[in-house]
Ligand binder design. Structure first.
Ligand code: CR6
Length: 829
């Protein structure tokens, strides 16, 4: 080898991680990819040049991983999810590669600022809230735990809308996240699969004289793969997020064009492309829209065809498909996978029904994420039949065999048979997707202890009677990489400093080492400094974006999540209104100055949720401009709550509001993100709050409200909110103040839907929990006045939050549900 060649081999500048290599790569990318030189580059050009530099380094590791998994034919998790909310990629990828510091220096040397560069990144808003963000946390942990995995989903052109506030109302703006390109994805135009819709099923005789059934769709769409590498933290393993974009097959155009039907050709193209255009903006969806069913089938079919392609390439047969793949269905959105896999195996790969069912049922696993009856997906049989006629036949056959099993198991119980059927015959015929998912899965799990046990006694009770061994719990978790290290670097540094290592980032149980220092005055002081600085940064941001800059010296009391009546933002508001009145009447009341901060989007068609946003602003307007209370009470709203803005909020919160009606929030994950950042919780015994309280210690958590059992009991007895309203003077006057028009310039109609609903129906029992909530808030108020005590509790929350790492959750899935082992990849040969 020549000297020069040797030097090249020793200095892989193309993907090196040294300062020199990074600097050269950024300049090269700016020049060769963006076609710019530094003096004229815009912030967006600089961002892209840095992003491509990081991407090259990911690709090297990712390709090495792909090769390694292929050689070993590793068992692989296929996570099927209609939503992913990864958040901005740049800093997270830098962290996982271990180059954050070097990259910051390189940026400075090039006259740029990493903070400014990161601000220009658009986040892929391909999800609504908790469920989509959970999928992203799980992708992060799968890679970090070195578990081979592919995340499959939809590449929506328009993700969740951007929220802007106009005159106190939410206004939705289209999310054009792709307008400046997306450096993180690699289009795979050759990797496409055809997906059919409509048409009919027919019998035919194959070349061996066997009579078979096949589907003749009347519309074909292509799914094109777009790949995003997902790196593990501090490891070489990189997994794959593969999202499908819909396109019209080329041939379509030409056919129609040849017969002169130009309009028809264009129309077919548009219809095909519409499929992956837009994400449905409903968290806990209600309406069953045709396009949504199409989207579900589209991504499920592409994903299964891809798995089958890989398995045939590697093994030459599909007989052991279930040994190769563990398919995880993220809620019922991908439940059609069960029917589609049957169709592919039986109709297209000529497998017997029995073998195909054995494979299907041993490949699929189902996570339920909600007990809300209105959020359980069903599809009208007529719609299902029109779009997927062959699938309906298969579904009926699955149902026929399943119901026979039920009859044999529970003799003479036709009522149970009707309850368990995949078809609901009670009110127009509907396909029950949760039942389909349960029948076709090896394992069924809820997302927190309470939720998993309620599943067994409520909506899945009959299934639990039949197959108790299939039921599990895996409590949700969130990634400490994004929600601690990337969101809150000063806190991460302080923790590493105190513990003497950074191993807690991979092994969150080691945060317990902080406990020994919880009373240490030095740590407490630094802990407070970190919190105050984060509050200052949030204040600045709010000042710039809303015109109101909260005082960082006040207690930051934050409720940030989707706006939903069951989450009870209006309980929080009633308390604020009560406080306001109380202060007006008792100007000398001893009170901790507090800023209540809200954030969250409302589904565009959810009237009450949008009115709650209006009410938050209305109350804020009056209170914030009343000099009589201003030293003590303020209300702010962070517009456009998304992953990026969440990262500003979690580090800055003193108190986190997790106040849903017990039994309604399956898990919640915001609760974990706040507590990781040393935020104390005021909350009900709902979802993962229960486990969080047990972990951090009952003394370090502000509990209030009815238990799920008490809620059920109260409802069974007949809940009468008007009696509570009439019987509690403070509560009544808070409701009345809203109804009086004080917050609506005298308009007594505007908020009537909220006040009337509370008094007369109150489905989420806001009034029943008001008193307990108010009392606990007073305790919070007192505790905050003792900074040492408060800081101790804050430190203990962080120290004891380890359980809620998504690494723990994924390790549980790997062991209990998937039976899969890590496959560590080495970087050097
Ligand atoms: N809306 C639950 O409501 C849970 C997440 C993730 C939700 C929430 O409590 O933390 O899933 N459910 O498991 C659905 O989306 C159906 C959510 O995000």
């Amino acid at each position: 080898m020549s000297q020069a060649a040797k030097q090249d081999a020793n200095e892989p500048t193309r993907t090196g991680l040294s300062r020199g290599a990074l600097k050269r790569a950024v300049l090269d990318n700016l020049f060769y990819v963006m076609g710019r030189f530094p003096e004229v580059a815009s912030a967006s050009d600089r961002y892209s040049a840095v992003a491509y530099t990081v991407r090259d380094r990911l690709l090297e590791r990712w390709i090495r991983t792909a090769r390694y998994y292929k050689e070993r034919n590793s068992r692989t998790v296929c996570y099927l999810s209609a939503e992913y909310l990864p958040g901005p990629h740049l800093l997270n990828n830098m962290l996982n590669l271990g180059i954050t510091r070097t990259a910051g220096e390189v940026a400075r040397e090039l006259g740029a600022d990493l903070a400014e560069i990161r601000e220009t990144e658009e986040e892929p808003g391909l999800g609504n809230g908790g469920l989509g963000r959970l999928a992203a946390c799980y992708m992060d942990s799968l890679a970090t735990l070195q578990i081979p995995a592919i995340g499959y989903g939809i590449r929506y052109e328009f993700g969740i809308f951007d929220q802007v506030i106009v005159d106190g109302w939410q206004v939705e703006k289209g999310d054009t996240w792709l307008r400046n390109g997306n450096p993180w994805e690699i289009p795979r135009p050759k990797l496409t699969f055809p997906v059919g819709f409509g048409g009919r099923a027919e019998h035919y005789t194959d070349k061996h004289g066997v009579i078979r059934r096949r589907w003749l769709p009347d519309l074909m769409v292509n799914g094109v793969a777009y790949d995003t590498p997902i790196m593990g933290y501090g490891v070489t393993n990189g997994n794959l997020l593969r999202l499908w974009k819909s396109e019209a097959p080329e041939s379509f155009n030409f056919q129609a064009f040849n017969v002169g039907d130009y309009y028809g050709a264009v129309h077919a193209k548009i219809e095909a492309e519409t499929l992956s255009k837009v994400l449905y903006p409903n968290d806990e969806p209600v309406a069953g829209k045709e396009l949504r069913l199409k989207q579900q089938y589209f991504f499920v079919s592409c994903s299964l065809q891809d798995m089958i392609r890989l398995q045939l390439r590697n093994a030459g047969t599909l007989d052991r498909f279930h040994e190769k793949y563990a398919i995880q269905l993220n809620d019922t959105h991908p439940a059609l996978a069960i029917v589609e896999l049957m169709r592919l195996l039986v109709d297209e790969h000529f497998m017997s029904w029995e073998q195909a069912w054995e494979i299907t049922r041993n490949s699929c696993h189902f996570t339920n994420h909600t007990l809300l009856p209105e959020a359980l997906e069903t599809w009208p049989v007529a719609l299902f039949e029109r779009l997927l006629p062959r699938h309906l036949e298969i579904l009926y056959e699955i149902n026929r065999r399943f119901l026979d099993e039920v009859r044999v198991h529970f003799l003479n119980d036709e009522e149970r048979v009707a309850r368990m059927s995949l078809i609901d015959e009670s009110d127009g015929r509907k396909v029950r997707m949760a039942h389909l998912a349960a029948v076709g899965s090896r394992a069924i799990n809820g997302v927190a202890e309470l939720h998993s046990s309620l599943l067994k006694t409520t909506i899945m009770r009959d299934f639990h009677d039949l197959w108790p061994e299939r039921f599990h719990n895996v409590t949700n978790g969130v990634t400490p990489r994004r929600f601690m290290v990337v969101s809150n670097p000063p806190l991460a540094d302080l923790i590493s400093d105190t513990c003497g290592h950074a191993d807690w980032i991979r092994d969150m149980r080691r945060l317990r080492e902080l406990e020994a220092h919880a009373d240490d005055a030095g740590l407490q002081g630094r802990w407070r400094e970190v919190k105050t600085a984060a509050k200052g940064a949030l204040s600045d941001w709010l000042g710039q974006h809303t015109g109101f800059r909260p005082d960082p010296e006040t207690l930051f009391d934050v409720q940030a999540k989707r706006i939903h009546e069951y989450k009870r933002q209006h309980l929080n508001l009633l308390h604020i209104v009560w406080l306001y009145e109380h202060l007006k009447q008792n100007p000398n009341a001893e009170l901790t100055p507090r800023t209540f901060i809200f954030g969250g989007k409302a589904a565009p068609g959810y009237f009450m949720a949008k009115l709650i946003i209006r009410l938050i602003h209305a109350i804020g307007e009056v209170i914030n401009s009343d000099p009589q209370v201003n030293g003590f009470l303020r209300v702010a709203f962070m517009p456009d709550f998304n992953v990026k803005n969440g990262q500003r909020l979690y580090p800055a919160a003193d108190l986190s509001e997790q106040i849903s009606l017990a039994g309604k929030e399956a898990s919640g994950t915001g609760n974990m993100k706040f507590a990781m950042n040393g935020t104390l919780t005021i909350g009900t015994l709902d979802g993962a709050n229960i486990e969080l309280r047990d972990e951090v210690g009952h003394d370090n958590f502000y509990l209030f409200g009815m238990t799920a059992e008490e809620v059920q009991q109260r409802q069974a007895e007949g809940y009468r909110p008007w009696e509570l309203y009439h019987g509690d003077a403070q509560l009544r006057s808070a409701v009345d103040l809203i109804a009086s028009g004080l917050f609506s310039h005298g308009d007594t109609e505007l908020f009537r839907p909220i006040t009337e609903n509370l008094i007369h129906s109150d489905p989420f029992m806001v009034l029943a929990d008001f008193h307990a909530y108010q009392e606990r808030q007073q305790e919070v108020d007192r505790a905050y006045r003792d900074p040492n005590h408060w800081t101790r509790m804050s430190i203990l929350n962080t120290a004891r939050i380890g359980k809620f790492s998504s690494d723990r959750a994924i390790a549980e899935y790997a062991k209990k549900i998937w039976q899969i082992e890590p496959a560590p990849v080495e970087l050097a040969d």
